[in-house]
Design a binder for this molecule. Structure first.
Ligand SMILES: NC(=O)c1ccc[n+]([C@@H]2O[C@H](COP(=O)([O-])OP(=O)(O)OC[C@H]3O[C@@H](n4cnc5c(N)ncnc54)[C@H](O)[C@@H]3O)[C@@H](O)[C@H]2O)c1
Ligand SMILES: O=CCCC(=O)O
Length: 499
């Protein structure tokens, strides 16, 4: 029987993928307390279905199940773990349209973009597939003649994976997939806005043949989340907390884990600078900015946020951008394959965009592009503002201090390279940054000077599974993807043998 409480313009090929139960061990469960919470469709704010609001005791049980499962699963040879991961990835690929539809339904992401996040997720699983059998240790020449030293890499135990709403399939795949690949078991707590993608991934993990308790999905309402977060930090059976989300929450969870010497991976917020120097290829920079700023309607942690354009090309750049954005972005029903621009995930997202917009206008920003025709409760059209040059108080504006996480591009003129780099580095976060130039020396100089974990040079999209994704400063610790990503979920053990 369908769990849907509303009709949707998409017929799932496999309706059983859309479920509203948690997956713990080999069981599909509701909350024993009978509590649940609503999942909303951001396109119209109607209720899609209800999912369980698990209690702290139920989360403890899920951790216990994952721990029991770990004791067996950790012994599986790498070749067998690889075969399971391969099967899971292939099943996700075979069901990509249905998974994309579930993502579109609960996140309001246009269907075409949702297909992209499914692909991004399976790209990660494919990448881990290639790495699993490479994870090993080394032999170390010992100083003592009768000793031999080797190292091995072992799984850690139960990994708690807390994921955000903004790219639900990919964020779970790159975290849980990596942890499971090297022999850990996972308790995944998805964002309350997007639990259905996580549940669908669990269905496919079950079909792939993962032993019970290897991949568990628990859903929790926003009200109960802090208590559950505390349990995941405090429970000694959880050996690693892997979190993707806001800096404020990540900082808190990291502190709680530090008290217990618990391993963490923290993929947190950004506030990406995007600098266009006077010698940039303008067409390339305009297209790069559109890709970086308006992807997912501006709702990614690596979206451009503080856009600096050299004063000598500012006017031309702004005009070309304002002309190109409506050509490049098409809004409409999120189910229409032509639509590549959708609503924000909720009213919370909308309120933040409005706050940054009002703040910029209060400080003298001019509106270069906006369309306020109503198109659903959480929709905001791509908007471009420009600030005057020479502002003394630029660093105090709201968008200078926190990511807008929405489709609001605020352009700022600058005169000197040092000034642009200083402003770019003036935030407490350091995830991604971008700049456009044709000057070879400047490429090295600025790339080395920018305080971020990832730098895009004449490119507006850097995300790729083979690149170590992550930030410095308050954008987090650890890297996802890249050559060493599986090692994050292992412990290095040194074994000294006397002969
Ligand atoms: N660096 C990255 O890789 C990356 C990727 C995606 C999103 N993000 C960041 O995520 C943020 C957007 O996501 P969000 O608004 O859902 O962030 P959020 O921090 O509010 O929520 C993220 C997750 O944490 C959970 N959570 C919230 N409070 C918690 C608590 N006290 N204990 C345990 N869990 C808790 C939420 O339920 C959700 O599952 C942005 O700041 C964005 O930059 C970062
Ligand atoms: O929102 C953050 C993740 C998006 C990405 O990996 O490009």
């Amino acid at each position: 029987m369908s769990v849907l409480l509303k009709t949707i313009p998409y017929q799932l090929k496999d309706p059983s993928l859309l479920d509203n139960k948690c997956f713990i061990g080999s069981k599909w469960v509701e909350s024993s307390t009978g509590k649940s919470f609503a999942v909303l469709d951001p396109e119209d704010d109607q209720t899609i279905c209800h999912v369980p609001d698990l209690s702290r005791r139920e989360i403890q049980e899920a951790i216990g199940v994952a721990h029991e499962s770990f004791l067996e699963y950790r012994r599986k040879p790498a070749r067998e773990r690889r075969a399971l991961l391969r099967k899971w990835a292939d099943l996700i690929k075979a069901n990509k349209e249905d998974l994309a539809a579930i993502c579109t339904l609960e996140l309001g992401k246009p269907f075409t973009e949702s297909l992209g996040t499914v692909k991004y997720g399976t790209d990660y699983l494919d990448w881990f597939d290639g790495l699993i059998e490479q994870v090993g240790g080394e032999t170390i020449p010992a100083a003592r003649p009768d000793n031999r030293i080797i190292t091995i890499r072992q799984p850690q135990g139960v990994v708690a994976a807390i994921t955000p709403w903004n790219s639900p399939i990919a964020m779970i795949a790159r975290k849980a997939g990596a942890a499971i690949a090297v022999g850990n078991t996972v308790v995944c707590k998805p964002a309350p806005e997007t639990p259905l993608c996580a549940i669908a991934l669990a269905k496919l993990a079950e079909r792939a043949g993962y032993p019970p308790g290897v991949f568990n999905v628990v859903t929790v309402s926003p009200e109960r989340t802090p208590e559950i977060g505390a349990e995941l930090c405090e429970n000694p059976k959880v050996r690693h907390l892997s979190f993707t989300g806001s800096t404020a929450v990540g900082r808190f969870l990291n502190g709680e884990c530090a008290k217990r010497m618990k391993r963490t991976s923290m993929e947190l917020g950004g506030n990406a600078p995007f600098i266009v120097f006077e010698d940039a290829k303008l067409g390339q920079a305009v297209d790069g900015l559109i890709a970086s700023k308006f992807r997912s309607s501006g709702q990614t942690c690596v979206c451009a946020n503080r856009i600096l354009v050299h004063e000598t090309i500012f006017q031309e750049f702004a005009e070309r951008l304002a002309k190109r954005v409506p050509e490049a972005l098409t809004s409409g029903s999120v189910w229409d394959p032509k639509t590549n621009y959708g609503p924000l995930y909720s009213g919370k997202g909308l309120a933040k965009v409005q706050q940054h917009w009002d703040d910029a206008v209060k400080h003298g920003a001019k509106v270069l592009l906006s369309d306020e025709s109503p198109r659903g409760p959480n929709f905001v059209s791509p908007t471009i503002l420009s600030l005057p040059s020479g502002m003394d108080n630029l660093a105090s504006l709201a968008f200078s201090n926190e990511e807008t996480f929405g489709p609001l591009a605020i352009l700022v003129p600058f005169a000197k390279e040092e000034e642009a780099v200083r402003y770019a580095n003036s935030t407490s976060t350091g995830l991604a940054s971008y700049f456009y130039t044709s000057d070879f020396s400047r490429i090295w100089r600025v790339a080395e000077a920018l305080e971020t974990g990832m730098v895009g040079v004449s490119v507006g999209l850097v995300s790729a599974v083979e690149m170590p994704f992550g930030g410095i400063k308050q954008s987090g610790v650890g890297r996802e993807g890249g050559a060493h990503c599986l090692e994050e979920y292992t412990e290095l053990k040194a074994i000294t043998i006397g002969i």
